[in-house]
Design a protein around this ligand. Structure first.
Ligand code: ADP
Ligand code: ADP
Length: 227
């Protein structure tokens, strides 16, 4: 069963000067699968991920999440869908440096509800334990290593039990050892929680360890290898 599917997605940027970033792209991702998306800079990877994540709408075609088309959903409904189903991890983790790891993980809840309740604090602590940050959960993010900061961002993305994690160059500014740690953490989450991963990566070693490698060239899928 596909947890995410695009059907004939086209994306055209610009009104006078038009750039077609995606050409009639149809692809489905299986629930619980671990996928890498590769391709040259400017090939359309981020556009595809943003469209799958409903952060951006296709010019034509549709995105189906959990079997439901997002085509006619309102902004509010898309926001709810993202909150209930999706987790995002980016190259730049957008943590608040002068807050602790625990506070950063709870930030979306504080923004949504004004105050984090007991249950969400417990959940945050559990997840910080899962990502290996239990001992440093009260350290300020600014004082943490790049890998610890990225793990904090991953913990934050896991707070709402997402079915799908969408990651755009999550190891883009990490050294090779830290990259390996982030990959292993993703795998652990994938295996223990059954979370589907779709990861844009330039890192050959991350891509080679995925269950499926999809290459995008000029807005089309030019290679699709399932192991
Ligand atoms: P990748 O993630 O593979 O580097 P992108 O999806 O970022 O590729 O970009 C695909 C194409 O779309 C590129 O030609 C890029 O210049 C263009 N593009 C991306 N975002 C925009 C935008 N907001 N406005 C105009 N063109 C864009
Ligand atoms: P790229 O991979 O194209 O170099 P980035 O990794 O900086 O660009 O960001 C990828 C995309 O994710 C951008 O198009 C941006 O609009 C979106 N994005 C970045 N940060 C956030 C965020 N905190 N929440 C939602 N979308 C974001």
């Amino acid at each position: 069963d596909f947890v995410v599917q695009t059907k004939n997605v086209n994306k055209v940027y610009g009104k006078t000067v038009k750039t077609t970033a995606l050409h009639d792209l149809s692809i489905g991702f299986e629930a619980g699968s671990f996928n890498a998306i590769i391709g040259e800079s400017g090939s359309g990877k981020s556009t595809l991920l943003n469209i799958i994540g409903t952060l951006d709408r296709p010019t034509q075609g549709e995105v189906i999440i959990n079997g439901v088309s997002t085509k006619n959903m309102t902004k509010g409904a898309l926001g709810d869908l993202r909150n209930e189903t999706l987790g995002f991890v980016f190259q730049f983790h957008y943590l608040l440096p002068e807050f602790t790891a625990l506070e950063n993980v709870l930030m979306p809840y504080r923004i949504a509800q004004g105050k984090a309740d007991k249950k969400s604090i417990e959940r945050a602590k559990e997840i910080l334990d899962l990502v290996g940050l239990k001992k440093v959960e009260n350290n300020l993010s600014v004082n943490m290593s790049g890998g610890q900061q990225q793990r904090t961002a991953i913990a934050r993305a896991l707070m709402n039990h997402p079915k799908i994690i969408l990651a755009d160059e999550p190891t883009g500014n990490l050294d090779s050892q830290t990259t390996d740690g982030v990959y292993q953490l993703f795998r652990k989450i994938n295996e223990e929680l059954g979370t589907t991963f779709i990861i844009i990566t330039h890192d050959r070693r991350v891509a080679e360890k995925a269950d499926r490698i999809v290459e995008i060239t000029d807005g089309s899928v030019t290679l699709d290898v399932i192991k």
